[in-house]
Write a protein that binds this ligand. Structure first.
Ligand code: BMA
Length: 321
C-alpha cells in the first residue's frame, strides 16, 4: 500500500517586506496635539508622495493631517491639519464626530478623497477633492449610513466610474460590494463581489484598502480581513485581483494573508493587533510601497513586488464567496 501523498509546504519570504525604519510616522512627529497617526491615504503628486493621515484628538475624535515625502519613507508633516470636521452646511451635520480613513484617487488631475464621516447619524462616506493639496473642496456625501471603506477606481469603464463599498452590515455580512456612477455623486447598480470566508483569517469582516493598482493582469486590490479571537479582533491584510474591464468580476483572491501584526507597534497601541491600510503607491520598478496603520497608533511602510502579489491571487486562490 502506498502512503497518501503529503501536502508540500514551502517556507517562503514574506511577500510584504517591512521597512527597516518603521514606524515611519508617530504622534511625536506631529506639530499639534494628537494621540495617533494612522490609516493614511497616499498618492503621488508632482515629484512627491503625499500622505493624508488620520489622527485621534484627545477627545477621541479624528482629524486628517498631511505630510510630504520625496522618497516615500521620510515624511515632513505640515503645521496645520488638512481636514477637520466641517462646521457649516450639510457636512457639519454628518461629520461632527470626526473624519477618518481617507483614500486618494487621481482622475484627470483631480485628487478625489473618500473618507468616513462620523456623526450622531452613524458613519457614511463623503467625497472631497483637491488639485493642489493646499485647499480642499467638499463635493458630496456619497453614501447613506452605514458605509465605510469606499475606494474609487482610478479610471472609467465605458464612461462610468466604479468604486468598492463596504456596508456596515451583519446581514450580508461585512462584505465588499461594487457600485457604478456616471458623475461620482450618484452611485448604484451595486453588487456584492467578495465575502468573508468561515473559519478563515478573514471570516468576521473584510473591507477595501488602498486605491486599486492597475496591472496588466487586473486591478490589484489590497483589503483588510478581521478574525475574532478570545483576545479580541485581529486585523490583517489580503489581496485580490479584479478584472480590468469589469472590476465587479474577481479573477482571484489570495487564500493567505499578506501581512499580519508582528512588530511591537502593530501588536500594542490604541487598538492592539491591527494592520490597516488605506494607501499604496507604485515604486516605478515593478513594486509597490504599501502603507498601513499599526495598532491604530503609528504609520508603517513596506514594499512588495507586483508580480508576486498577482501570482498569489492567481495560483493560491480562495473563492470570493
Ligand atoms: C475599523 C476602523 C478602522 C480601524 C480598525 C481597527 O473598524 O475603525 O479605522 O483601524 O477598525 O481598529
Amino acid at each position: 500500500m502506498t502512503a497518501p501523498a503529503k501536502p508540500v509546504l514551502y517556507k517562503t519570504d514574506p511577500v510584504v517586506k517591512r521597512h527597516a525604519g518603521n514606524p515611519i510616522l508617530t504622534k511625536e512627529d506631529i506639530p499639534y496635539p494628537v494621540e495617533t497617526v494612522h490609516n493614511a491615504g497616499i498618492c503621488r503628486y508632482k515629484d512627491c508622495i503625499i500622505m493624508l493621515f488620520r489622527s485621534h484628538l484627545r477627545n477621541g475624535r479624528s482629524i486628517i493631517g498631511i505630510a510630504d515625502s520625496e522618497d516615500g519613507f521620510n515624511f515632513s508633516v505640515r503645521p496645520e491639519p488638512f481636514m477637520v470636521p466641517a462646521t457649516q452646511g450639510v457636512f457639519a451635520d454628518y461629520e461632527a464626530f470626526g473624519v477618518e480613513d481617507p483614500r486618494i484617487c487621481c482622475i484627470d488631475g483631480d485628487y478625489l478623497i473618500t473618507y468616513s464621516a462620523y456623526s450622531q447619524h452613524g458613519v457614511r462616506i463623503a467625497l472631497a477633492k483637491t488639485r493642489d493639496f493646499e485647499s480642499v473642496e467638499r463635493v458630496s456625501l456619497i453614501s447613506q449610513s452605514d458605509m465605510r471603506n469606499v475606494v474609487i477606481f482610478p479610471g472609467r469603464f465605458n464612461g462610468r466610474y466604479a468604486r468598492l463599498d463596504r456596508p456596515h452590515s451583519e446581514i450580508s455580512p461585512w462584505s465588499v460590494w461594487l457600485s457604478w456612477s456616471p458623475d461620482l455623486i450618484h452611485w448604484g447598480e451595486s453588487e456584492v463581489v467578495m465575502k468573508p470566508v468561515t473559519y478563515h483569517w478573514d471570516e468576521s469582516k473584510i473591507g477595501p484598502g488602498p486605491t486599486p493598482i492597475r496591472t496588466e493582469h487586473g486591478w490589484l486590490c489590497i483589503y483588510h480581513g478581521v478574525f475574532e479571537t478570545m483576545d479580541g479582533a485581529v486585523y490583517r491584510l489580503g489581496v485580490a485581483l479584479h478584472d480590468l474591464a469589469n472590476p465587479a468580476k474577481i479573477i482571484g483572491v489570495c487564500d493567505e494573508w499578506i501581512l499580519t501584526p508582528e512588530d511591537p507597534w502593530e501588536l500594542t497601541g490604541y487598538v492592539h493587533n491591527v494592520v490597516f491600510s488605506c494607501g499604496a503607491v507604485e515604486d516605478g520598478n515593478g513594486g509597490i510601497i504599501l502603507y498601513w496603520g499599526g495598532a491604530d497608533t503609528v504609520m508603517c511602510a513596506g514594499t512588495a513586488n507586483i508580480d508576486d502579489l498577482v501570482t498569489l491571487c492567481l495560483n493560491n486562490k480562495r473563492a470570493p464567496f
